[in-house]
Design a protein around this ligand. Structure first.
Ligand code: SF4
Ligand code: SF4
Length: 164
């Protein structure tokens, strides 16, 4: 147990805290030359791996078509009731598409269940972690924000196929 000296027993240097200041400076200098684990965000962005679960997005094929067939499974499994899908018929036989597909990002908990149940690999977790809203309406993402070209989602799709 450390024994505290009485004031009259302290040297002059101890009274002006010089040894403690020197110890603090040495600690600071030592830290300056150690590897950095923090990023200077937002100037330097975090680059996640394929296993990262950012906001869910819809896959847009190379020809601009959407993979989603509006089966509604993701909406039914979502524990946060964040997904709303409305189906409509396409010109192709027995094919449907989501006339309306919305995710309420204030509700989404990034669990990835929608991605797991989707039979078409049409909804996947992206690397996008930058979400900021100024009102509740802005947090409801429609297809204009949800559809992402497949080329930007390859890391995640490769990761998903590696363990399925
Ligand atoms: S990640 Fe989870 S909470 Fe978010 S939309 Fe998908 S199922 Fe719902
Ligand atoms: S994203 Fe997948 S699970 Fe959800 S409605 Fe579309 S096809 Fe069905």
């Amino acid at each position: 147990m450390a024994v505290r000296k009485r004031l009259k027993d302290l040297t002059f240097l101890e009274r002006i805290y010089l040894p403690e200041i020197a110890k603090g400076l040495a600690q600071t200098l030592g830290q300056m030359f150690k590897p950095h684990f923090t990023l200077e965000y937002p100037e330097v962005k975090f680059q996640p791996e394929g296993s990262y679960r950012g906001r869910p997005v819809l896959v847009e094929e190379e020809d601009g078509s959407e993979r989603c067939v509006a089966c509604g499974l993701c909406s039914r499994v979502c524990p946060a009731l964040a997904i709303e899908v409305q189906a409509a018929e396409t010109d192709r036989e027995k094919e449907r598409y989501p006339e309306k597909f919305e995710i309420n990002m204030l509700r989404c908990i990034f669990c990835g269940l929608c991605e797991e149940v989707c039979p078409e690999e049409a909804i996947v977790m992206s690397k996008d972690y930058e979400l900021a809203f100024t009102n509740r309406e802005a947090a409801i993402y429609g297809k204009d924000k949800l559809l992402v070209p497949i080329a930007q989602l390859q890391d995640r799709i490769t990761f998903l196929r590696s363990y399925k």
